[in-house]
Design a protein around this ligand. Structure first.
Ligand SMILES: Nc1nc2c(ncn2[C@@H]2O[C@H](COP(=O)(O)OP(=O)(O)O)[C@@H](O)[C@H]2O)c(=O)[nH]1
Ligand SMILES: [Mg+2]
Length: 216
């Protein structure tokens, strides 16, 4: 019974994902589904990318179980944002995306969908995005691609965040890449966005997204 319900849920999600894809395409929007653990640096990454991607307009659909902290902070930085509260659900699904996109009301833009912090469930729900970006942070450990296989397989690109902490936590970059390469050829972008320091590596990731936007 449970299996049938899950199958129906995923099929319904897939139909709505197709509608979202058409919605984004009609408005010339590159939609980026940004996934990763809580605290992996997703919101920090979006605010740095928005600066780097200018003059391309950037908007954000923020997914969180509760609160509007991230959307409020991004709005303060001048980044158009809408907040979706999933009220306990551990991922976003296609159903809620359209509403969030209507609220920011952008076209000819890059729209980030910051998914709920979780390395498991978001990899099961297509949102109609163009790019699946995974923020994997150095303090989470270099073994994560071996453990969270569906998520690391699902990502089109990986932002390896908090690289300034590499030495402090003994992160083995070679082991991380070995785990990832067993699953996919997704490019890895190493970034450091420590508060009050000069950002590192963000230009390369912005360039990757800019090229995807220009190819729409
Ligand atoms: N040292 C360091 N801290 C970072 C970096 N990126 C983000 N942080 C910090 O990590 C914490 C969580 O970041 P946030 O962007 O809110 O993560 P999110 O929950 O994935 O959206 C914040 O205190 C950030 O300042 C980084 O590159 N280096
Ligand atoms: Mg966040």
């Amino acid at each position: 019974m449970e299996v049938i319900i899950m199958k129906e849920l995923l099929e319904a999600n897939e139909r709505l994902a197709e509608e979202n894809r058409a919605y984004f395409s009609d408005r010339h929007i590159l939609a980026v589904n940004l996934m990763g653990s809580p605290g992996s640096g997703k919101t920090t990454l979006i605010s740095a990318l928005a600066k780097e991607l200018a003059p391309i307009p950037v908007g954000v659909i923020e997914g969180d179980i509760a609160s509007s902290i991230d959307a409020d902070n991004l709005e303060k930085l001048g980044i158009r944002s809408s907040q979706i509260n999933t009220c306990g659900e551990c991922h976003l699904d296609s159903r809620v995306i359209r509403d969030g996109a209507d609220k920011i009301d952008l076209h000819d833009a890059i729209v980030f969908i910051e998914n709920v912090g979780n390395l498991i469930c978001p990899a099961e729900f297509d949102l109609g995005e163009n790019v699946r970006l995974l923020a994997a942070s150095v303090p989470e450990g270099d073994d994560k691609p071996f453990k969270y296989v569906p998520m690391f397989s699902y990502a089109d690109a990986v932002a390896l965040t908090k690289c300034d902490l590499q030495e402090a936590v003994g992160f083995d970059g070679e082991n991380f890449r070995k785990g990832l390469r067993a699953l996919s050829q997704a490019p890895v972008f190493e970034v450091s966005l420590k508060k009050d320091t000069t950002p590192k590596g963000i230009g390369e990731l912005a360039e990757y997204l800019r090229k995807k936007y220009e190819a729409l």
